[in-house]
Design a protein around this ligand. Structure first.
Ligand SMILES: Nc1nc2c(ncn2[C@@H]2O[C@H](COP(=O)(O)OP(=O)(O)OP(=O)(O)O)[C@@H](O)[C@H]2O)c(=O)[nH]1
Ligand SMILES: [Mg+2]
Length: 307
């Protein structure tokens, strides 16, 4: 068990290695060769944070907090900068995460939304496997009716994880698919229903309207549902992910974020920016394409692995 835990942590660390290089290694370099703290160091740090996609606002806040702590301690030891930075990042991230309690309703309905290609369907597949592994029954709703391939992709995941998929013909009304899936889940006594949606352009209001409509159908048919509306964001898009989240937050009530593709990017700092600016909890992170590569987001584990 301890071995397994170590292995998981190692994988997370590897997944975050690009962000580590772009952020922590650079902080080390900036500190190195400086015995004393000067304004130049703060400027350099701020630039490192901004280029690691922490966002201007969050970067500024972090630097100010570090500066304040050093001032209070009246220390000019540059090595403390890294320690304080790590602690302040953790303090921003704390209080987010903690996964999802799917046992508080049955069927527990999770809607998964987000723009094209961010990893919605893959995330659903990984979630389905995770819950199946815990012995729960899962049903998937193929709400991306725009592409035939989207349904097939979900069916592959359904087969792999051993759960049913409710689908309609290509081009049919996505809210009708979810309506049927909900009825099926209620009839079969399914534990968890996960709804895929089309990857739509968040800039097109009519598409947002459709998402709202789908949500209304769920609310009407199952009071209390959807229990979670997860917004999937692609970490490789950096600050763009933050803008997407703002738009989705306005249109549909987002209860949590899944940040995918952290493994392929140096922009992993965006998670700090998302939590700080949007106050939406990050529930899961994706660090690879494999089934085991979706993890509940644990702030302290994340910060340890990053540093
Ligand atoms: N490296 C990596 N790749 C990922 C991760 N999550 C998803 N992907 C890949 O991202 C690509 C797009 O994933 P999909 O799940 O199809 O994305 P989607 O949001 O459903 O896309 P649309 O249905 O077209 O809107 C796939 O090739 C996935 O394997 C991750 O955490 N890490
Ligand atoms: Mg998809």
């Amino acid at each position: 068990m301890a071995e397994e835990k170590k292995g998981l942590f190692q994988r997370l660390k590897e997944g975050l290695s690009k962000t580590h290089k772009g952020l922590v290694d650079k902080v080390d370099q900036a500190i190195l060769g400086r015995k004393k703290i000067d304004e130049g160091l703060y400027d350099e740090l701020e630039e490192i944070l901004v280029t690691s996609d922490l966002g201007v606002q969050t970067s500024y806040k972090l630097i100010e907090r570090v500066r304040e702590r050093l001032r209070r301690g009246e220390s000019d030891d540059a090595a403390l900068v890294k320690k304080y930075l790590k602690e302040e990042i953790l303090s921003i991230l704390k209080g987010t995460g903690s996964g999802i309690d799917t046992r508080r309703a049955k069927p527990f309905v999770i809607m998964v939304v987000g723009v094209n290609g961010v990893g919605k369907t893959t995330t659903i597949g990984k979630l389905a496997s995770r819950y199946r592994g815990e012995g729960r029954s899962v049903l998937l709703s193929a709400g991306d009716t725009f592409r035939a391939a989207a349904v097939e992709q979900l069916e592959v995941w359904g087969e792999r994880s051993g759960c049913g998929v409710i689908k309609h013909k290509e081009g049919s009304d996505p809210s009708a698919v979810l309506f049927d899936a909900l009825k099926a889940a209620q009839g079969r006594g399914t534990d968890i229903l996960i709804a895929d949606t089309a990857g739509r352009l968040h800039t097109k209001t009519n598409l947002m309207e459709e998402l709202k409509k789908t949500r209304r159908v769920v609310e009407r048919e199952a009071p209390g549902a959807p229990h979670e509306v997860l917004l999937v964001l692609d970490a490789t898009t950096g600050q763009n992910a933050v803008s997407q989240a703002k738009l989705f937050k306005e249109a549909v009530e987002i209860t949590g974020i899944v940040l995918t593709k952290l493994d392929g990017t140096a922009k992993g700092g965006v998670v700090i920016s998302i939590v700080d600016e949007l106050k939406i909890p990050v529930k899961f992170i994706g660090i690879g394409e494999g089934v085991e590569d979706l993890r509940p987001f644990e702030p302290s584990e994340f910060v340890e692995a990053l540093f």
